[in-house]
Design a protein around this ligand. Sequence first.
Ligand SMILES: NC(=O)c1ccc[n+]([C@@H]2O[C@H](COP(=O)([O-])OP(=O)(O)OC[C@H]3O[C@@H](n4cnc5c(N)ncnc54)[C@H](O)[C@@H]3O)[C@@H](O)[C@H]2O)c1
Length: 250
Amino acid sequence: MEFEGKVALITGGAQGIGAAAARRFAGEGASVVVADLDGPRLKGLEEPIARAGGRMRGVVADCGTKGGIERMISDAVQAYGGLDILVCGAIHRPTKPFLDVTEADLDLAWQVNVKGYFMAVQRAVPEFRKRGGGKVVLISSTFGFAGAPNFSVYCTCKGAVVNMARALAHDLARENINVNAVAPGPIMTEGMRELIRNDPSIEKHRTAAMPLPRFGRPEEIAEAILFLASPRSAYMHGHNMVVDGGYLAV
Ligand SMILES: NC(=O)c1ccc[n+]([C@@H]2O[C@H](COP(=O)([O-])OP(=O)(O)OC[C@H]3O[C@@H](n4cnc5c(N)ncnc54)[C@H](O)[C@@H]3O)[C@@H](O)[C@H]2O)c1
């Protein structure tokens, strides 16, 4: 029960990595708020967590907008009395050839994948101050360090998240707020399954050159998120923790 008494907010966590983290946090005694666009999936996550004796509530919110961010944070504070941990993972992934990318693709991706993370941390800081500090875990990606065909928008956004973790670490250190990121390799989530449905070659090619030639499980990333949200990682700051089966080692 490492997180007993702590309140954790996860954005884009109705499925995939965020949902795995929500289950783990709840299993370790945290009160968890998950903000996502997908109300039915949030309900589907809430029920088994409650049955297992955990505390979790879903908030339907667009985490790329100021209004959605305000709603998820005030909901967490009202429901559970404060905020200790913020995990930003909401994602919009337009995948297409570079020359087909539209301004609308870029605007929405930037809004959800970069601006939404930035503004969520800004809004969380006053709540962290009331608790004497906090933990921020941004979800970046190996695609913040490497490129891939048809992923120009995603890679550009994730590169920004990689450096957001470093930059915010400077501004928030004196507030006793740790800022780090987890950079997953290819993980078999609902989002990944959708990418594979659109381009079946991804399934074979993504892992082919990897030392561990398999997709990761969402739970394997949740483990790193919990570590970075715990006192065990107190001296880690501004770091991107790569959890990728060796994807970047080749
Ligand atoms: N799956 C991978 O291989 C992989 C690899 C590296 C990094 N990541 C990162 O991990 C995070 C989670 O990825 P995943 O594959 O588990 O996700 P996923 O695609 O399975 O789920 C993403 C969730 O984000 C939600 N979402 C989308 N736009 C939103 C918005 N505006 N507001 C609120 N919620 C919104 C969706 O409803 C969905 O529940 C993302 O940041 C992703 O970039 C994933």
